[in-house]
Each structure stands twice: as C-alpha cells, then as structure tokens.
Design a protein around this ligand. Structure first.
Ligand code: NAP
Length: 294
C-alpha cells in the first residue's frame, strides 16, 4: 500500500511489547517501513524474516540519523530507563536531520505526563513531549494507560501461589489497555491522514484488580484470589528480584498512584481511531492463558 506523501516509515522500539504489534500491523497493511534495532540477530529472532532492519541505537544518534535517511514518518518508543529523555530527545533531533517530517511518539498516560507529577517517568515523558512539540516536526502523541501486558509479569505468582498480589485495593478502578490496541492506534496514525499535532489519550477500559483475578479463575477453572499487600512488601519483592533502585522507585510511585485511583479515567478513543472496540480484559487473559499455566 502506498500512503499519500509517505515513502517509508521508520520504527524505533519495534522489538518490544507494543512495537512487535506495530510491526505486525504495518506488515499486514503492506506499507514500506524499516525497523531501527540494536541487534539485527535478536530482532530477526523476534520479528521473523522479511522485515527491513538497520542496526541503530538511540545512545548513538549518528546511527539513528543514518538509519532514518529516506523515512518520512517515525514511530518512537524506548523502554523504561533513567536516560529515556536524553535518548528520545536525541532521536528526535537525529530524525529531523535525516529529513523525517512527522514523529509518532508513544508516551505515558494522561495521569502521569505532567511537569510536576510525582512520577519520574511521567516527568520524563513530559520533557520529551515538550521538545517534540517545539521541534518544528509534525507530531502525534499517544498516551496509553496501564498496559494489560503488565500482568504477564505476575505469571509465576499466579502459578505458584494461586493469587494475584498487588499493593492496591481489590476494587480500585484502573483504565487498562491491551498493547495490541495501542499498536492498532499507532498503525492507524502512521498510515492515516489528519493526525498531525494531536495528543491521543488511550486510557482503555476501566477494570479492577479483582476482575483480573476473576478472569484468570474463569479461564483456568481454578480459584485465583486477589490479595492486597502493603507497598513495603511489593518493594521487598522487587528488591529480592534484583530490580534496580531507580526502577523500584518508579514502580512504587506508579503503584501508589494506581492504588489511589489516579488511573481510573476511560475514553472511547481506541474505537474512534481504529474502528474497533478495545479488547476486553477477558480476551487478554484468554489469549495469554498459556503464560499462566506453562
Ligand atoms: N507499562 C505500562 O503500563 C505503560 C503505560 C503507559 C506508557 N508506557 C510507556 O511505554 C513505553 C514502553 O513500551 P513497551 O513496554 O512496549 O516497550 P518495551 O517492551 O520495554 O520495549 C522497548 C523497546 O525499545 C527498544 N530500545 C531500548 N533501548 C534502545 C536503544 N538504546 N536503542 C534502540 N532501541 C532501544 C528495545 O529494543 P531491544 O529489543 O534492543 O531491547 C525495545 O524494542 C515506555 O516509554 C513507558 O513509559 C508504559
């Protein structure tokens, strides 16, 4: 498929949770795109054959600039990291030098992307968004809510303890989004028209932690309990698991905000932008049930 005014789309972050689905959808749409990846061998293992790959690292802006030559649009995502603002700001500057005209950035949720939020990752995304908006490039910012895929990290807890344990009330409302829906919005924006200089909040559908445990119980045909644990216990668990201090600090702030209901918003932007309703929590659990049983 040829998109008006777009010859080639560059993708940074195509091997990750959301990016893999963006790549799959761009392939299905038959548009020309190229993934900038840190390791060609690892990316081929993850994405399979037939995807154009170029070795590039956001820590080395010259490699990003070279990798983006000939690209009109860029999908920009990198994972949690204390250096995420430096990485993404340098990637935006490199994209501009390479001749990219429109950057689609995956940001944080509305609840955290603020100048003075308690959340460090929210402040980081705010800084990157601000730079992108004043870069002179066209931009679209996607602000997804809590990823359902975060629950996959609870697989061993579910298997070993038949419980979901979180430092949050069982009935706290959380807007949850399947990364496949975030990717569907990204693909629609990358291949569609009229999305320049827009911020799309993708808060997802509201569910509770208890509903996640209930969906697992139904799918596994076995009682999975929800247990609210103190934040200190969650922090101890992250320390025992070897998580770095900066990430423990980020995660514990996000969990405290979640527990207080800060992520309870929802909207219908996914359906408006993709034409399909968001995937339900039940569908997510059913599609990933092997992770909780293997
Ligand atoms: N989890 C949530 O609930 C949530 C909610 C809202 C927003 N977010 C935001 O979503 C983003 C994370 O999305 P995700 O979970 O889909 O990502 P992810 O699975 O962590 O994947 C990160 C991607 O970035 C690439 N990357 C990392 N460092 C790189 C570098 N130096 N140079 C080039 N590429 C690099 C990785 O490539 P490799 O394969 O080489 O590692 C991978 O493709 C974060 O910005 C986060 O703040 C998360």
């Amino acid at each position: 498929m040829r998109i008006k005014g777009v010859n080639m789309i560059g993708v940074i972050g195509g091997t990750g949770t959301t990016g893999q689905y963006v790549v799959r959808l761009l392939r299905e749409k038959g548009v020309k795109f190229r993934c900038l990846v840190r390791s060609l061998a690892e990316a081929t293992k993850t994405l399979g054959d037939g995807v154009e790959l170029v070795e590039a690292d956001v820590d080395t802006p010259v490699s990003i600039q070279a990798g983006l030559v000939g690209c009109d649009k860029l999908f920009l995502l990198t994972g949690h990291s204390p250096v995420m603002p430096d990485q993404q700001i340098r990637a935006i500057e490199a994209a501009k030098r390479a001749g990219v005209s429109h950057v689609v950035k995956l940001s944080g949720g509305d609840a955290i992307v603020q100048e003075d939020t308690l959340s460090a990752v929210g402040r980081d995304h705010y800084e990157i968004e601000k730079t992108l908006k004043s870069s002179g490039l066209g931009w679209t910012i996607l602000r997804p809510g809590f990823f359902m895929q975060n629950f996959l990290q609870m697989a061993s807890m579910v298997k070993e303890q038949e419980a979901v344990m979180m430092p949050a009330p069982a009935d706290v409302q959380v807007g949850m989004i399947d990364a496949r829906d975030t990717a569907a919005v990204a693909a629609a924006v990358l291949t569609g028209q009229g999305h320049e200089n827009k911020i799309y909040s993708l808060s997802g559908t509201v569910y509770t932690p208890n509903q996640f445990a209930a969906a697992l119980s139904k799918e596994l045909d076995q009682k999975i309990s929800f247990i609210q644990i103190p934040l200190e216990s969650a922090i101890n668990g992250m320390q025992e698991g070897g998580m770095p201090d900066w990430l423990i600090s980020q995660q514990s702030t996000l969990m405290s905000m979640l527990a207080e209901g800060a992520f309870s918003a929802s909207n219908t932007n996914i359906e408006k932008l993709t034409g399909s309703p968001p995937r339900s929590l039940g569908r997510f659990v059913s599609d990933h049930i092997s992770v909780f049983t293997a």
